[in-house]
Design a protein around this ligand. Structure first.
Ligand code: F6P
Length: 352
């Protein structure tokens, strides 16, 4: 029986368990033996190596584990083995330990479910250690190259849209500006989608450096025309620069935006920092389907011996792209042009 290592790496997101379930189910039907590695690459740095048969691991969880958020394998966004920070604060290369662990586990190959950072690290490890790798893209941020959408992103949009639905009544009751800060690291994919879906008047994202004077005049104009409450979405990774009003640089951009709006316009403003709720939610139906399709497709590729690929969702179907092609011309996925056009057509202020 071929032993296939499976791990989840980087920040968790909705849909990871569903992908693991798909991997387990197709493997069991085809005489493959998936081995779950715990806490991402940390499990491979640990001695004894932290890995167990996946069918044994699932027994520790309730019957609905595959539909829940998080990952039954655990994950880590701290264990870069090429630049590992020791407890003494020294940065050391421990990549050889991971490679050694993979050899000791006697794996035919490794299926890694990760974001762009994890994928880059695992690809480099697979090159250095000469072991076969298949990647599955996941992250709420949707910044994995090569795929139209990554596992977890759709649920994060749903959570953020629901948050806007809950903020609207309280904004209206108190005639306030409600600011919702969403995750996304250096990207505004979640902000753009939830902002349109949730009916925000303003959406600010790192990809479009906002001119705050224009944002202020836009809101002023709405207010002069009778609007009494406002919803603004801001992505966490934005550089918010508005020297006219001083804000502490160490507070969240959501709170800074609230202070700017309140001081510049005299509109009472409050900020909600949505945070990890976007990551820990149960996957919605679309994420469950995406995870099932990509998890299963990864096993199909492994069975065919087609290692060295990232499985992707492209043009409405599952496919794969070789890591060689992926990294030949690395390009971060840009904001969805259709959504940007729609936002402008609907009169939403994007800060310019
Ligand atoms: O990359 C996923 C993500 O949730 C980002 O959106 C966010 O900036 C980051 O991870 C948070 O990381 P941590 O869990 O370490 O706070």
């Amino acid at each position: 029986m071929d032993k296939i290592g499976v791990l989840t790496s980087g920040g968790d997101c909705p849909g990871l368990n569903m992908a693991l379930d798909a991997i387990l189910r197709q493997s069991q039907l085809n005489n493959l033996f998936p081995v779950g590695i715990l806490q991402g690459t940390m499990g491979l740095l640990h001695r004894p190596i932290q890995a167990h048969p996946l069918h044994e691991i699932v027994k520790n969880f309730g019957p609905d584990w595959s539909h829940q958020g998080g990952t039954i394998l655990g994950s880590s966004n701290k264990g870069n083995p090429f630049a590992f920070t020791s407890p003494e604060g020294k940065v050391i290369d421990r990549s050889h330990e991971v490679i050694d662990a993979i050899r000791k586990l006697d794996l035919t190959g490794l299926i890694a479910i990760g974001g762009d950072g994890s994928m880059d690290i695992l690809y480099r490890l697979s090159q250095r250690g000469d072991f076969p790798l298949i990647g599955i893209p996941k992250t709420i941020d949707n910044d994995v190259m090569g795929t139209d959408i990554a596992i977890g992103h759709d649920t994060a949009i749903t959570v953020a849209t629901t948050a806007l639905d809950y903020l609207r009544p309280t904004a209206a009751s108190h005639q306030r500006a409600m600011i919702l800060e969403v995750m996304g690291r250096g990207t505004g994919h979640i902000a753009l989608s939830c902002g349109i879906a949730g009916g925000a008047q303003v959406i600010l994202m790192p990809e479009i450096q906002p001119n705050m004077s224009k944002v202020i005049s836009y809101l002023k104009n709405l207010r002069d025309n009778g609007q009494k409450s406002f919803l603004l979405v801001i992505a966490e990774g934005i550089n918010l620069d508005y020297p006219a009003i001083s804000t502490a640089s160490d507070i969240n951009v959501g709170h800074r935006l609230a202070k700017i709006v309140q001081q510049a316009l005299g509109i009472e403003s409050r900020a909600t920092i949505l945070g990890h709720i976007q990551r820990g939610a149960p996957p919605n139906a679309r994420d469950r389907l995406l995870a099932a399709v990509l998890g299963s497709h990864a096993v199909t590729l492994a069975r065919r011996g087609q290692w060295g690929h990232l499985v992707v969702w492209k043009n409405n179907r599952a496919g794969q792209i070789s890591f060689g092609d992926l990294y030949r011309d690395p390009k971060q996925p840009s904001l969805n042009a259709n959504l940007l056009t729609t936002a402008k057509e609907l009169g939403i202020c994007l800060g310019t």
